[in-house]
Design a protein around this ligand. Structure first.
Ligand SMILES: *Cc1c(COP(=O)(O)O)cnc(C)c1O
Length: 353
Protein backbone atom coordinates (compact mmCIF):
# COMPACT_ATOMS: atom_id res chain seq x y z
CA UNK A 1 0.00 0.00 0.00
CA UNK A 2 1.22 3.49 -0.79
CA UNK A 3 1.87 5.47 2.38
CA UNK A 4 0.94 9.14 2.42
CA UNK A 5 3.33 10.68 4.90
CA UNK A 6 1.93 13.88 6.45
CA UNK A 7 4.40 13.86 9.34
CA UNK A 8 5.52 17.26 10.66
CA UNK A 9 9.16 16.32 10.95
CA UNK A 10 11.19 14.30 10.35
CA UNK A 11 9.05 13.94 7.31
CA UNK A 12 8.59 12.78 3.76
CA UNK A 13 11.57 13.09 1.39
CA UNK A 14 11.55 12.50 -2.37
CA UNK A 15 11.68 8.76 -3.07
CA UNK A 16 14.53 9.17 -5.55
CA UNK A 17 16.57 10.98 -2.90
CA UNK A 18 16.10 8.11 -0.45
CA UNK A 19 17.13 5.63 -3.12
CA UNK A 20 20.28 7.57 -4.02
CA UNK A 21 21.15 8.07 -0.36
CA UNK A 22 20.81 4.35 0.30
CA UNK A 23 23.04 3.54 -2.67
CA UNK A 24 25.67 5.88 -1.23
CA UNK A 25 25.51 4.01 2.05
CA UNK A 26 26.60 0.89 0.20
CA UNK A 27 29.02 2.33 -2.30
CA UNK A 28 29.82 6.01 -2.56
CA UNK A 29 33.48 6.22 -3.49
CA UNK A 30 35.25 3.23 -5.07
CA UNK A 31 33.44 0.62 -3.02
CA UNK A 32 33.51 2.60 0.21
CA UNK A 33 30.36 3.72 1.99
CA UNK A 34 29.55 7.40 2.39
CA UNK A 35 29.70 6.92 6.16
CA UNK A 36 33.10 5.27 6.22
CA UNK A 37 35.20 7.66 4.15
CA UNK A 38 37.14 10.63 5.41
CA UNK A 39 35.20 13.88 5.39
CA UNK A 40 38.43 15.38 4.01
CA UNK A 41 38.34 13.12 0.97
CA UNK A 42 37.78 14.89 -2.32
CA UNK A 43 34.52 12.99 -2.82
CA UNK A 44 33.02 14.43 0.34
CA UNK A 45 34.57 17.89 0.11
CA UNK A 46 32.84 18.17 -3.28
CA UNK A 47 29.51 17.22 -1.66
CA UNK A 48 29.87 19.90 1.00
CA UNK A 49 30.79 22.54 -1.58
CA UNK A 50 27.90 21.54 -3.81
CA UNK A 51 25.46 21.64 -0.89
CA UNK A 52 26.64 25.08 0.16
CA UNK A 53 26.43 26.53 -3.31
CA UNK A 54 23.05 24.93 -4.11
CA UNK A 55 21.54 26.45 -0.97
CA UNK A 56 22.61 29.95 -2.02
CA UNK A 57 21.60 29.34 -5.63
CA UNK A 58 18.09 28.12 -4.79
CA UNK A 59 17.51 31.15 -2.55
CA UNK A 60 18.92 33.58 -5.12
CA UNK A 61 21.65 34.72 -2.75
CA UNK A 62 24.78 34.00 -4.77
CA UNK A 63 27.28 36.82 -4.93
CA UNK A 64 25.43 38.91 -2.36
CA UNK A 65 27.78 38.56 0.59
CA UNK A 66 26.18 35.47 2.12
CA UNK A 67 27.78 32.23 3.27
CA UNK A 68 26.02 28.89 3.68
CA UNK A 69 26.99 26.55 6.51
CA UNK A 70 25.85 23.06 7.46
CA UNK A 71 26.11 22.86 11.24
CA UNK A 72 24.92 20.47 13.93
CA UNK A 73 22.81 20.84 17.05
CA UNK A 74 19.53 21.42 15.23
CA UNK A 75 17.58 24.62 14.91
CA UNK A 76 17.45 24.55 18.71
CA UNK A 77 21.15 25.27 18.90
CA UNK A 78 20.67 28.28 16.64
CA UNK A 79 18.45 29.78 19.34
CA UNK A 80 21.61 30.36 21.38
CA UNK A 81 24.19 30.55 18.61
CA UNK A 82 22.38 33.52 17.04
CA UNK A 83 22.40 35.34 20.36
CA UNK A 84 26.06 34.55 21.08
CA UNK A 85 27.12 35.95 17.72
CA UNK A 86 24.81 38.94 17.36
CA UNK A 87 23.48 40.06 20.72
CA UNK A 88 25.35 42.92 22.34
CA UNK A 89 22.67 44.84 24.24
CA UNK A 90 19.14 44.17 23.14
CA UNK A 91 17.22 42.32 20.46
CA UNK A 92 13.59 42.22 19.38
CA UNK A 93 11.74 38.92 18.95
CA UNK A 94 8.35 38.22 17.44
CA UNK A 95 6.72 35.48 19.49
CA UNK A 96 4.55 33.39 17.19
CA UNK A 97 4.82 29.94 18.70
CA UNK A 98 6.61 27.41 20.87
CA UNK A 99 9.76 27.62 18.74
CA UNK A 100 9.93 31.42 18.94
CA UNK A 101 9.30 31.13 22.65
CA UNK A 102 12.24 28.77 23.03
CA UNK A 103 14.44 31.07 20.95
CA UNK A 104 13.54 33.93 23.30
CA UNK A 105 14.25 31.84 26.37
CA UNK A 106 17.74 30.93 25.17
CA UNK A 107 18.66 34.43 24.03
CA UNK A 108 17.56 35.84 27.38
CA UNK A 109 20.41 33.91 29.00
CA UNK A 110 22.82 36.35 27.36
CA UNK A 111 21.18 39.75 27.27
CA UNK A 112 18.03 41.73 27.11
CA UNK A 113 15.24 40.52 24.84
CA UNK A 114 12.15 42.50 24.00
CA UNK A 115 9.08 40.82 22.55
CA UNK A 116 7.92 43.18 19.83
CA UNK A 117 4.70 41.21 19.44
CA UNK A 118 3.15 37.96 20.61
CA UNK A 119 0.12 35.81 19.88
CA UNK A 120 0.69 33.60 22.90
CA UNK A 121 -2.57 34.68 24.57
CA UNK A 122 -4.56 33.37 21.62
CA UNK A 123 -2.85 29.97 21.53
CA UNK A 124 -0.62 31.30 18.76
CA UNK A 125 -3.38 30.97 16.18
CA UNK A 126 -2.46 34.17 14.32
CA UNK A 127 0.53 36.33 13.33
CA UNK A 128 0.74 39.69 15.14
CA UNK A 129 0.77 42.82 12.98
CA UNK A 130 1.50 46.50 13.44
CA UNK A 131 4.40 46.14 15.86
CA UNK A 132 7.46 48.37 15.91
CA UNK A 133 11.05 47.27 15.69
CA UNK A 134 13.31 49.83 17.39
CA UNK A 135 16.18 50.74 15.08
CA UNK A 136 18.78 50.73 17.84
CA UNK A 137 18.39 47.02 18.61
CA UNK A 138 21.07 44.52 17.56
CA UNK A 139 18.69 42.41 15.48
CA UNK A 140 15.13 41.27 14.99
CA UNK A 141 14.21 37.57 15.13
CA UNK A 142 11.13 35.90 13.68
CA UNK A 143 9.88 32.42 12.76
CA UNK A 144 8.59 32.25 9.19
CA UNK A 145 6.37 29.20 9.66
CA UNK A 146 4.94 27.95 12.92
CA UNK A 147 4.98 24.21 12.49
CA UNK A 148 2.86 23.41 15.54
CA UNK A 149 0.01 25.93 15.07
CA UNK A 150 -0.03 26.10 11.29
CA UNK A 151 0.57 29.81 10.83
CA UNK A 152 2.99 31.46 8.43
CA UNK A 153 4.28 34.99 7.97
CA UNK A 154 3.18 36.31 4.56
CA UNK A 155 4.57 39.82 4.83
CA UNK A 156 7.84 40.36 6.66
CA UNK A 157 8.34 43.71 8.37
CA UNK A 158 10.53 46.46 6.99
CA UNK A 159 13.52 46.30 9.21
CA UNK A 160 16.48 48.70 9.57
CA UNK A 161 18.44 46.26 11.70
CA UNK A 162 19.62 42.74 10.81
CA UNK A 163 16.69 40.38 10.39
CA UNK A 164 17.13 36.79 11.57
CA UNK A 165 14.62 34.14 10.59
CA UNK A 166 14.01 30.57 11.70
CA UNK A 167 12.81 28.96 8.45
CA UNK A 168 13.03 25.37 9.66
CA UNK A 169 9.62 24.35 8.37
CA UNK A 170 9.23 26.35 5.16
CA UNK A 171 12.70 26.79 3.71
CA UNK A 172 12.73 26.25 -0.09
CA UNK A 173 8.92 26.14 -0.20
CA UNK A 174 7.99 29.60 -1.51
CA UNK A 175 9.59 32.50 -3.29
CA UNK A 176 10.57 35.44 -1.18
CA UNK A 177 13.15 38.16 -1.47
CA UNK A 178 15.61 36.26 0.69
CA UNK A 179 18.03 39.17 0.69
CA UNK A 180 15.74 40.95 3.16
CA UNK A 181 17.16 38.53 5.76
CA UNK A 182 20.65 38.73 7.21
CA UNK A 183 20.62 35.32 8.81
CA UNK A 184 18.39 32.36 7.97
CA UNK A 185 18.53 29.02 9.73
CA UNK A 186 16.68 25.77 9.22
CA UNK A 187 16.94 22.32 10.76
CA UNK A 188 17.18 19.94 7.79
CA UNK A 189 14.49 17.48 8.83
CA UNK A 190 11.42 19.45 7.75
CA UNK A 191 11.97 20.29 4.12
CA UNK A 192 15.53 19.45 3.20
CA UNK A 193 16.84 16.15 4.49
CA UNK A 194 17.26 13.89 7.49
CA UNK A 195 17.82 15.20 11.01
CA UNK A 196 21.43 15.88 11.91
CA UNK A 197 22.32 19.09 10.15
CA UNK A 198 21.12 22.68 10.20
CA UNK A 199 21.46 25.04 7.29
CA UNK A 200 22.67 28.49 8.31
CA UNK A 201 22.84 31.28 5.74
CA UNK A 202 24.52 34.36 7.06
CA UNK A 203 25.48 37.70 5.62
CA UNK A 204 29.11 38.02 6.56
CA UNK A 205 29.08 41.74 7.30
CA UNK A 206 26.80 41.35 10.35
CA UNK A 207 29.38 39.22 12.15
CA UNK A 208 32.23 40.26 14.43
CA UNK A 209 30.35 43.09 16.14
CA UNK A 210 29.88 41.71 19.64
CA UNK A 211 32.38 42.16 22.45
CA UNK A 212 31.97 38.75 24.11
CA UNK A 213 34.34 35.86 23.49
CA UNK A 214 32.60 33.22 21.40
CA UNK A 215 33.61 29.56 21.81
CA UNK A 216 34.97 28.23 18.48
CA UNK A 217 32.19 25.74 17.84
CA UNK A 218 29.64 28.51 18.37
CA UNK A 219 31.40 31.09 16.22
CA UNK A 220 29.96 31.49 12.70
CA UNK A 221 33.22 33.12 11.59
CA UNK A 222 35.19 30.03 12.56
CA UNK A 223 32.84 27.81 10.55
CA UNK A 224 33.00 30.17 7.57
CA UNK A 225 36.81 30.21 7.75
CA UNK A 226 36.86 26.40 7.65
CA UNK A 227 34.27 26.10 4.85
CA UNK A 228 31.82 24.37 7.19
CA UNK A 229 34.43 21.71 8.00
CA UNK A 230 35.76 22.98 11.34
CA UNK A 231 35.00 19.59 12.82
CA UNK A 232 33.64 16.37 11.32
CA UNK A 233 30.40 17.31 9.58
CA UNK A 234 27.34 15.03 9.61
CA UNK A 235 28.18 13.54 6.23
CA UNK A 236 25.00 11.56 5.67
CA UNK A 237 22.69 14.45 6.53
CA UNK A 238 24.66 16.88 4.35
CA UNK A 239 24.77 14.47 1.41
CA UNK A 240 21.04 13.73 1.59
CA UNK A 241 20.23 17.42 1.90
CA UNK A 242 22.36 18.05 -1.18
CA UNK A 243 20.39 15.40 -3.07
CA UNK A 244 17.10 17.04 -2.08
CA UNK A 245 18.36 20.43 -3.24
CA UNK A 246 19.43 18.89 -6.55
CA UNK A 247 15.99 17.30 -6.88
CA UNK A 248 14.40 20.69 -6.29
CA UNK A 249 16.67 22.42 -8.75
CA UNK A 250 15.84 19.85 -11.43
CA UNK A 251 12.14 20.40 -10.82
CA UNK A 252 12.59 24.08 -11.61
CA UNK A 253 13.56 25.43 -8.20
CA UNK A 254 11.47 27.25 -5.63
CA UNK A 255 9.14 28.84 -8.22
CA UNK A 256 8.09 25.42 -9.50
CA UNK A 257 7.60 23.82 -6.08
CA UNK A 258 5.71 26.87 -4.88
CA UNK A 259 3.04 26.26 -7.53
CA UNK A 260 2.64 22.69 -6.32
CA UNK A 261 2.54 23.81 -2.70
CA UNK A 262 -0.18 26.36 -3.53
CA UNK A 263 -2.30 23.66 -5.15
CA UNK A 264 -1.90 21.31 -2.20
CA UNK A 265 -2.72 23.99 0.37
CA UNK A 266 -5.75 25.32 -1.46
CA UNK A 267 -7.19 21.82 -1.90
CA UNK A 268 -6.62 21.05 1.77
CA UNK A 269 -8.05 24.29 3.13
CA UNK A 270 -11.06 24.30 0.86
CA UNK A 271 -12.00 20.88 2.27
CA UNK A 272 -11.48 22.10 5.84
CA UNK A 273 -13.70 25.12 5.15
CA UNK A 274 -16.44 23.36 3.17
CA UNK A 275 -16.72 20.21 5.24
CA UNK A 276 -18.96 20.95 8.26
CA UNK A 277 -17.28 18.22 10.32
CA UNK A 278 -13.95 20.06 10.46
CA UNK A 279 -12.73 23.42 11.63
CA UNK A 280 -9.38 25.09 10.91
CA UNK A 281 -7.23 26.15 13.87
CA UNK A 282 -5.27 29.10 12.48
CA UNK A 283 -6.66 32.50 11.46
CA UNK A 284 -7.48 32.27 7.75
CA UNK A 285 -5.22 35.11 6.62
CA UNK A 286 -2.24 33.57 8.43
CA UNK A 287 -2.67 29.95 7.42
CA UNK A 288 0.47 27.99 6.70
CA UNK A 289 0.92 26.40 3.28
CA UNK A 290 3.11 23.78 4.92
CA UNK A 291 1.18 22.65 8.00
CA UNK A 292 -2.62 22.68 7.99
CA UNK A 293 -4.05 22.40 11.51
CA UNK A 294 -7.68 21.44 12.04
CA UNK A 295 -10.03 19.76 14.47
CA UNK A 296 -12.85 17.30 14.10
CA UNK A 297 -15.86 18.99 15.70
CA UNK A 298 -17.58 15.80 16.76
CA UNK A 299 -15.16 13.74 18.84
CA UNK A 300 -17.42 10.70 18.45
CA UNK A 301 -16.29 10.43 14.85
CA UNK A 302 -12.62 10.32 15.71
CA UNK A 303 -12.26 6.58 15.75
CA UNK A 304 -14.03 6.20 12.42
CA UNK A 305 -11.96 8.94 10.83
CA UNK A 306 -8.69 7.56 12.18
CA UNK A 307 -9.53 4.08 10.92
CA UNK A 308 -10.48 5.39 7.48
CA UNK A 309 -7.20 7.31 7.29
CA UNK A 310 -5.24 4.24 8.28
CA UNK A 311 -6.95 2.15 5.63
CA UNK A 312 -5.88 4.62 2.97
CA UNK A 313 -2.26 4.69 4.12
CA UNK A 314 -2.49 8.19 5.59
CA UNK A 315 0.22 8.58 8.20
CA UNK A 316 1.34 11.28 10.62
CA UNK A 317 -1.72 13.57 10.78
CA UNK A 318 -2.12 13.73 14.55
CA UNK A 319 -1.84 17.29 15.82
CA UNK A 320 1.00 18.36 18.09
CA UNK A 321 0.32 17.37 21.69
CA UNK A 322 -0.03 21.03 22.72
CA UNK A 323 -2.77 21.79 20.15
CA UNK A 324 -4.54 18.46 19.66
CA UNK A 325 -6.73 17.74 16.67
CA UNK A 326 -5.05 17.08 13.35
CA UNK A 327 -2.16 18.49 11.39
CA UNK A 328 -1.49 17.71 7.76
CA UNK A 329 2.07 18.70 6.90
CA UNK A 330 2.48 19.28 3.18
CA UNK A 331 6.20 19.71 2.71
CA UNK A 332 7.85 19.92 -0.71
CA UNK A 333 8.16 16.15 -1.20
CA UNK A 334 4.52 15.40 -0.39
CA UNK A 335 2.58 14.91 -3.62
CA UNK A 336 -0.67 16.54 -4.58
CA UNK A 337 -2.06 13.01 -4.90
CA UNK A 338 -1.48 12.39 -1.21
CA UNK A 339 -3.50 15.51 -0.36
CA UNK A 340 -6.25 14.29 -2.70
CA UNK A 341 -6.41 11.01 -0.81
CA UNK A 342 -6.77 12.78 2.54
CA UNK A 343 -9.40 15.18 1.22
CA UNK A 344 -11.38 12.26 -0.21
CA UNK A 345 -11.37 10.51 3.16
CA UNK A 346 -12.58 13.72 4.82
CA UNK A 347 -15.46 14.08 2.38
CA UNK A 348 -16.31 10.40 2.67
CA UNK A 349 -16.59 10.87 6.42
CA UNK A 350 -19.02 13.70 5.78
CA UNK A 351 -21.21 11.52 3.58
CA UNK A 352 -21.22 8.78 6.22
CA UNK A 353 -21.97 11.06 9.16
C1 LIG B 1 11.26 21.71 14.31
C2 LIG B 1 11.54 23.13 14.51
C3 LIG B 1 12.60 23.57 15.32
C4 LIG B 1 13.47 22.62 16.12
O1 LIG B 1 14.34 21.98 15.31
P1 LIG B 1 15.47 21.00 15.90
O2 LIG B 1 16.31 20.76 14.68
O3 LIG B 1 14.76 19.79 16.40
O4 LIG B 1 16.19 21.70 16.97
C5 LIG B 1 12.82 24.92 15.42
N1 LIG B 1 12.06 25.80 14.75
C6 LIG B 1 11.03 25.42 13.97
C7 LIG B 1 10.22 26.45 13.25
C8 LIG B 1 10.74 24.07 13.82
O5 LIG B 1 9.73 23.68 13.04
Amino acid sequence: MKIHNFSAGPCVLPREVILKASEALLDFDNGLSLIEISHRSKAFVDVMEKARSLALELLGLEGKGYKALFLQGGASMQFLQVALNLLEKRAGYLNTGAWSDKAIKEAKLFDDIYEVGSSKDAGYNYIPRGYDIPSDYDYFHCTSNNTIYGTQIRQFPKCDIPMVCDMSSDIFSRSLDFSQFDLIYAGAQKNMGPAGTTLVIVKEDILGKVSRKIPSMMDYKVHIGKSSMFNTPPVFAVYTSMLTMEWLKNLGGIKAIEEENEKKASLMYSEIDLNPLFKGYAAKEDRSKMNATFTLLNEDLKETFDTMCKEEGISGINGHRSVGGYRASMYNALSLDSVKVLVEVMSELESKA
